[in-house]
Design a binder for this molecule. Structure first.
Ligand code: SAH
Ligand code: SF4
Ligand code: F3S
Length: 451
C-alpha cells in the first residue's frame, strides 16, 4: 500500500486552541498526501487531540482510545496518535497505559507532526513532550469554517491559578510577532474569510515575551497595540478575541474596541468566583470590585456590549455564603453567556492537594443553582434585541430547518432567519429581530449590508 492513499481522522476535544492546533495538524497531514475520513473507523491514521481541563474531559479520551486500540490489534498498520493536553500531562505513562499508541505529542509539537510521523513510519514509538520553541507557522491549516478563522497570537500561560493544568500542559507564554499575525490575517482576507478570532489563554499577556521596550520601560508590544496594527486588514470584516484576564485588562483595550469598527463588542472575561477570599485562594490577582469596575467601564464606552465569562463552583473550602457571592455577581452583571463548571481536582495543581475539598453533591447542587440563574439572566439580556436591527454574519444552514440560515450578531448571539444558504453564506445581512430566546434570536432579513 502506498502512503499517498492513506486516510486520516482527527477528533478534537477541548478549547479553541486545540481546535486551531487540529486545523494546523490536518493541514500538515493533507500536505503529506493523507485524505480526510469522516469516521475514525475508515481511517489509517487516527489522531485524538485531547483536553485535560477537568477529569471528565480526560476520561472521555481513554474511552475513545480503548476502542481504537482494540481495532489496532486486528489492523496493525493503523497509526494511532494522541496529541494535546492529555498527551503532555501523561507522556510516557500513556504508552504504558495504551501500548498500541504510535505517537504521543504535546501541544507545543503540533507544527512538527510531519517530522514525528516520519520517525513513526521508520518503526519507532515516539513521545514528544519536551518544552520547545514553537516554530513559526509554516503550515497551511485545513480550516473547518469558511467564515471564521482562528489566529493564534500567544501560546501558553505564565499564570499559576491554583486549580488549572493549562500552564503545565501548554508551557510558557510565546507570542507570535505582529508581522506574522498580520500576514496570516492578510492571507485570510485574500481567501475571503470575513471573520477572524485572535486566540490566547491569556491574551492580555500578548507581547510581554517579545524583545524591545518603550522609553518608559513598558513593553513595546501589547495586545491593544496589536489590534491597532491589524484592524484594517482588507477583506476581514470582523475581529474577535479571547480570552481576557481581569488582572491585566486595560481601559486602553476597551477604547480600542470602541474605536476600531471591525472589532466586535463582545468581551469574554472569566471571573471564576464572586468572592475575594476564593479569588485569592485561586491566585487570580484581582478582586470582585476590580472585576465590576471593568464591566462598568466597558458599559460606559459600549452600553450594549455583550459580556461572557467562565465560573467555577465548589472550589476547595467554598462556603455556601461564598458561593452566594458568585450568584450575586452573576445577578449584578447580567452575563449574556456564562460557562460554568464544578471544580475538578487536577494532577500537578496546588488546589488538588488541599484537604478542604467539597463533596460531589454540594458541587452539583451549586452548579445547578448557578446554571438556572445564568439562563434567567441570559433570557433577560436577550430581551434588548426584540425588534432591533442587527448585523448578522451568515455561517451556515439551520440544521433543524433548511429554509433558514444561521449566523451571529456582532455581540455573538446566534441568529436564525429565512434565506438560501448558497446565496447568503459569508454575507453580512441586516436582520430585524422578531423572536428572542435565552441564547438565540430569530428575525427577518431586511437587506444585504454588504453585497
Ligand atoms: N485562560 C482562561 C481559562 C482557560 S480554562 C482564564 O484564565 O480564564 C477554561 C475554563 O475552565 C476556566 O476559565 C475555568 O472556569 C475552567 N477550569 C479550569 N480548571 C478547572 C478545574 N480544575 N475545575 C473546573 N473548572 C476548571
Ligand atoms: Fe489557567 Fe489561569 Fe492560565 Fe487561565 S490564566 S489558563 S485559568 S492558569
Ligand atoms: Fe483543554 Fe488544553 Fe484547552 S486542557 S481547555 S485543550 S488548553
Amino acid at each position: 500500500m502506498t502512503r499517498n492513499a492513506r486516510r486520516y481522522h482527527i477528533t478534537t476535544f477541548g478549547c479553541q486552541m486545540n481546535k486551531a492546533d487540529s486545523e494546523r495538524m490536518a493541514g500538515i497531514l493533507e500536505d503529506m498526501g493523507f485524505q480526510w475520513s469522516e469516521t475514525p473507523d475508515d481511517a489509517d491514521l487516527i489522531l485524538y487531540n485531547t483536553c485535560t481541563i477537568r477529569d471528565n474531559a480526560e476520561q472521555k479520551v481513554y474511552s475513545y482510545l480503548g476502542r481504537q486500540a482494540k481495532r489496532k490489534q486486528e489492523q496493525p498498520d493503523l497509526t494511532l496518535v494522541v496529541a494535546g493536553c492529555v498527551a503532555q500531562q501523561e507522556g510516557e505513562a500513556l504508552l504504558r497505559r495504551v501500548p498500541e499508541l504510535d505517537l504521543v505529542m504535546g501541544p507545543q509539537h503540533a507544527n512538527r507532526l510531519e517530522d514525528l510521523l516520519e520517525q513513526v513510519f521508520q518503526g519507532n514509538q515516539v513521545v514528544a513532550t519536551e518544552p520547545v520553541h514553537i516554530y513559526e507557522d509554516i503550515t497551511k491549516p485545513r480550516r473547518d469554517s469558511k467564515i471564521t478563522a482562528w489566529v493564534n497570537v500567544i501560546y501558553g500561560c505564565n499564570e499559576r491559578c491554583t486549580y488549572c493544568v493549562v500552564p503545565n500542559v501548554r508551557g510558557v507564554e510565546q507570542s507570535r510577532t505582529p508581522e506574522a499575525i498580520r500576514a496570516e490575517m492578510e492571507e485570510l482576507g485574500r481567501q475571503g474569510y470575513p471573520e477572524v478570532t485572535l486566540l490566547g489563554q491569556n491574551i492580555d499577556a500578548y507581547g510581554r515575551d517579545l524583545p524591545g521596550s518603550k522609553p518608559d520601560g513598558s513593553h513595546l508590544h501589547t495586545f491593544t497595540d496589536l489590534l491597532y496594527y491589524v484592524h484594517d486588514v482588507p477583506g476581514v470584516e470582523r475581529i474577535r478575541f479571547a480570552t481576557s484576564h481581569p488582572r491585566y485588562f486595560t481601559e486602553r483595550l476597551i477604547r480600542a474596541c470602541h474605536e476600531l469598527p471591525k472589532v466586535c463588542e463582545h468581551f469574554h472575561i472569566p471571573f471564576q468566583s464572586g468572592n475575594n477570599a476564593l479569588l485569592k485562594a485561586m491566585s487570580r490577582g484581582y478582586t470582585r470590585e476590580k472585576y465590576l469596575r471593568i464591566i462598568d467601564t466597558i458599559r460606559r464606552y459600549m452600553p450594549d456590549a455583550a459580556i461572557s465569562a467562565d465560573a467555577i463552583v465548589g472550589f476547595p473550602g467554598e462556603t455556601e455564603e461564598q458561593f452566594e457571592n458568585t450568584l450575586r455577581l452573576v445577578e449584578e452583571v447580567g452575563f449574556d453567556q456564562l460557562n460554568t463548571a464544578a471544580y475538578s481536582p487536577r494532577p500537578g495543581t496546588p488546589a488538588a492537594l488541599w484537604e478542604n475539598q467539597l463533596s460531589e453533591e454540594v458541587k452539583s447542587d451549586r452548579l445547578q443553582r448557578l446554571n438556572h440563574l445564568v439562563a434567567t439572566k441570559a433570557a433577560e439580556r436577550s430581551q434588548r434585541y426584540q425588534n432591533r436591527i442587527e448585523e448578522v454574519l451568515v455561517e451556515d444552514q439551520n440544521p433543524k430547518d433548511p429554509s433558514q440560515v444561521m449566523g451571529r450578531t456582532r455581540t455573538n448571539r446566534l441568529t436564525f432567519f429565512n434565506g438560501d444558504i448558497e446565496a447568503l453564506r459569508g454575507k453580512l445581512v441586516k436582520v430585524q429581530i422578531t423572536e428572542v430566546r435565552a441564547f438565540s434570536l430569530t428575525g427577518t432579513a431586511l437587506e444585504m449590508a454588504i453585497a
